[in-house]
Design a protein around this ligand. Structure first.
Ligand code: PXP
Length: 234
């Protein structure tokens, strides 16, 4: 079954709006786990406007002992020393520039092969699974294999906007599997577009979902919303 990793950045964004501890990120994260999420994703950006680096340190052991912990981000020196200390189960490498609103670009795994290969080696030497965020293009999948990534994460924003047909995702999923890599997917997935995606993807280990799931929980509540997503994934 495809795993659901819930991205909790939006909870931190809400908390940061007032400078106090409401909503309490630890309480919400624990609840998300209790309600059935298979994993938690955190994406500390350089300006820390969502998740702060301190949040990662504070919550790592609570998350790691219960579910899969995935940390996303651009592998700057600061990011790498943090993940090598925290040792999450998985690190998703994202080629974000400092000031982006959200991650819309995937890696050019061919152009950045030397950089990525070194970073992935450091992660693997620490026992951390690596995943490389890419657009659904076969050359990028092949490039990810060349740099020894354990998994790819396919950017689903194009699918959600109906700008890219499911066929490209299916092809990339098959190719990754042929090359012994796992397949994750994320960005702009929600309870409406997830069903078709899941039903068509031949190999899909995990989806990472934040914005849509947290937004829907305003109407349904977190527990019901997570149940909805879990039943789609089944
Ligand atoms: N995957 C990556 C690499 C991301 O940067 C994000 C957004 O932080 C997501 C998945 C989740 O996207 P969304 O919040 O649209 O569900």
């Amino acid at each position: 079954m495809t795993k659901l990793s819930v991205n909790v950045n939006k909870i931190a964004t809400l908390r940061n709006a007032r400078g106090n501890n409401i909503p309490n990120l630890e309480m919400v994260t624990k609840s998300i786990i209790d309600f059935g999420a298979d994993g938690i994703t955190m994406h500390p950006r350089p300006d820390e406007r969502h998740i702060k680096y301190q949040d990662v340190f504070d919550l790592a052991s609570i998350i790691k002992e219960k579910v899969e912990f995935n940390i996303e981000g651009f592998p700057s020196d600061r990011f790498m020393s943090m993940v090598l200390e925290v040792k999450p189960h998985q690190v998703t490498l994202v080629p974000d520039k400092e000031d982006v609103l959200t991650s819309l670009n995937g890696w050019d795994t061919i152009k950045h092969k030397i950089f990525l290969k070194d970073i992935i080696k450091d992660l693997q030497n620490s026992g951390i699974r690596s995943s490389v965020f890419i657009h659904p293009e076969i050359e990028m999948v092949e490039g990810a294999s060349f740099v020894n990534a354990d998994r790819i994460e396919l950017f689903t924003g194009l699918y959600a906007d109906s700008k890219n047909s499911i066929a490209n995702y299916v092809e990339c999923s098959k190719q990754a599997n042929l090359m012994s890599m796992g397949v994750n997917a994320g960005h702009d997935l929600d309870s409406e577009n997830l069903d078709f995606f899941i039903k068509n993807m031949p190999f899909l280990d995990e989806v990472s979902i934040g914005h849509g799931l947290i937004s829907e929980s305003l109407f349904l509540g977190l527990e019901n919303t997570i149940n909805v997503y879990k039943s789609i994934l089944q």
